[in-house]
Design a protein around this ligand. Structure first.
Ligand code: NOJ
Length: 547
């Protein structure tokens, strides 16, 4: 038996957007008590870790990604004792819990920023990034991640402050040792309270070039998928600076002083080379980073084979690729594949059996679709910023500028508000009308529902070392043809074979692996013959052999 891997290499993470998960206080906004009341659901599904999007005090202009106090809980979500109870409730169920930490910036309402703004000589002035303009122009050409100059003029002190994201989210100056000390104190505070780690918001933005050099020109306006360029510039001097990699190592050293082991899961964008740097040469950086190649999802064997091959080549053992199909910034994946539930089941099969850590966004497990909201009525600050772009153009360009669509309330049952809040209350975003049929209560009793496919897969995953810890061997296109995705997971005393047919015709496959025991089948009756095996369209099967 090989030595077992640490928990975070074998975990399956469920992302909760607190505002939208469950409203226990009946004010139309989800809250911590609501999450606690639904933890058994998440546990029963088979997830052993939850990541909760930001709950710290915030004016909620970007729904928590604009923190005004890192040491308290936003009142609409509850209070400190609710946070303590949530941590304890997760632990008492044998689950882990990650909080969401925004190190890069605060809210403009944070007392630090208010002080920083008050005068050029205030002791907190240097806690943020202030520069003189070039005449009436901003200090340099750096663009924010969401377009437009990242510099914002402050008439009071006649200088410009920097914001990587929206203007009300000023970036902290991590070159000031007082700032990094303050943020390390935040990390310690929550670790001492027992959280099992953090998802780190836009970690690739934290350090900027010390000399504030202009970014070079690039032909692309619409940002590239890995966000290395956009708005006519290459993001060379404001993203993925070497100091970020050092910060990753420093944070890792801190969390590694805690027992049991904690986890840092980074949100970073960039080239594979840059992303890999966050993990550290000696695996001494962030434990895990999200990988985004599945976001432009296609329910096709070729696409998935390419992503898996890429992850295997770039993030081989002992690294673990993190498989993401969606989150609170992305259009829901089922809406990208024509709301095809059969295909969603197969994508879950891939996500939960490939080598790596799956992160499932709340509602994916029941096939919640993306809400079709015009940016004109957006609650999302990004949607508000881009409300001038006509809806047809947004669709034609394939942009996703109003993130309200992926943040609609969780659909627990078929009542008008989906069981998220009482029907007499107006939820902060409307519940999708399809809650009439797409909801947890309806899918629970149906053995073949998407929900139960997730459940079966997660439970199988939990008890199958080859899926949790095994190596992955991908069958080549030349062996399996256009429509079949096939891979093997090998562990010391176990082999698991996964076969999925994405095509329109039945595929006959002679796999010669000796796997003749069915662990799970989706979209097919139990086959009579296992080798060669006939796999109908939209079907997948997991077979095993004990070595
Ligand atoms: C990335 C987060 O995922 C997103 O929701 C947020 O708006 C930005 N970072 C700014 O914090």
């Amino acid at each position: 038996m090989t030595q077992s891997q640490p928990w975070w290499q074998k975990t399956a993470i469920y992302q909760i957007y607190p505002r939208s998960f469950m409203d226990a206080s009946a004010d139309g906004i989800g809250d911590l008590r609501g999450i606690i009341s639904r933890l058994d659901y998440v546990k029963d599904l088979g997830f052993d870790c939850i990541w909760v999007s930001p709950i710290f005090r915030s004016p909620q202009k970007d729904f928590g990604y604009d923190v005004s106090d890192y040491f308290s809980v936003s009142p609409e979500y509850g209070n400190m004792s609710d946070a303590d109870d949530l941590i304890a409730a997760a632990h008492s169920r044998g689950m882990r819990i990650l909080f969401d930490l925004v190190l890069n910036h605060t809210s403009r309402e944070h007392p630090w920023f208010k002080e920083s703004c008050s005068s050029r000589t205030n002791p907190k002035r240097d806690w943020y990034i202030w520069q003189d303009g070039r005449g009436t122009r901003p200090p340099n050409n750096w663009k924010s991640l969401v377009g437009g100059s990242a510099w914002h003029y402050d008439g009071n002190t006649d200088q410009w402050y920097f914001a990587s994201f929206l203007p009300f989210q000023p970036d902290l100056n991590f070159r000031n040792p007082e700032v990094s000390k303050a943020m390390f104190d935040v990390v310690r505070f929550w670790l001492d309270k027992g959280v099992d780690g953090f998802r780190l918001d836009i970690f690739h933005c934290i350090f900027k070039d010390e000399r504030f050099r202009n970014n070079p020109f690039d032909f692309r306006y619409v940002p590239t998928k890995n966000l290395t360029a956009g708005f006519f510039q290459k993001w060379k001097y404001n993203l993925n600076r070497p100091e970020n990699f050092e910060l990753a190592r420093d944070l890792r050293s801190l969390i590694d002083t805690y027992s049991p082991q904690r986890l840092l899961l980074g949100e970073v964008f960039g080239s594979d080379h840059a992303i890999k740097n966050y993990l550290g040469d000696r695996r001494d950086g962030l434990n895990l980073v999200f990988l985004w190649n599945l976001l432009p999802i296609k329910a096709e064997a070729g696409f998935l084979r390419d992503v898996i091959r890429h992850y295997e080549a770039r993030y081989p053992e002992p690294f673990k690729p993190v498989y993401v199909l969606g989150n609170h910034d992305q259009k829901r994946f089922i809406s990208k594949i024509g709301n095809d539930v059969s295909k969603a089941k197969l994508l879950a099969l891939v996500q939960l059996t490939a080598r790596g850590v799956p992160v499932t966004y709340y509602g994916e497990e029941i096939g919640m679709p993306d809400g079709d909201f015009s940016a004109r009525i957006a609650r999302d600050p990004l949607g508000k910023r881009y409300r001038w772009i006509p809806d047809f153009l947004v669709k034609r360009l394939g942009l996703y500028v109003n993130r309200d669509g992926c943040r609609t309330p969780m659909q627990w049952d078929n009542s008008p508000n989906g069981g998220f809040c009482p029907d007499s209350v107006i939820p902060w975003l409307p519940v999708d009308e399809n809650t009439v049929s797409v909801n947890v209560a309806a899918q629970k009793p149906d053995e073949n529902s998407l929900l139960n496919v997730y459940r079966r897969l997660l439970h199988l995953r939990q008890k199958t070392p080859a899926i949790l810890e095994g190596t992955l061997e991908l069958f080549d296109h030349s062996d399996v043809g256009d429509d079949l995705l096939a891979y093997r997971r090998n562990h010391v005393d176990e082999t698991v074979l996964i076969l999925i047919n994405w095509g329109k015709n039945t595929v006959q496959f002679h796999h010669q692996t000796g796997c003749n025991h069915i662990l799970l089948a989706i979209g097919m009756k139990r086959p009579v013959k296992l080798d060669p095996i006939a796999i109908p369209p939209d079907a997948g099967i997991i077979l095993t052999r004990s070595n």
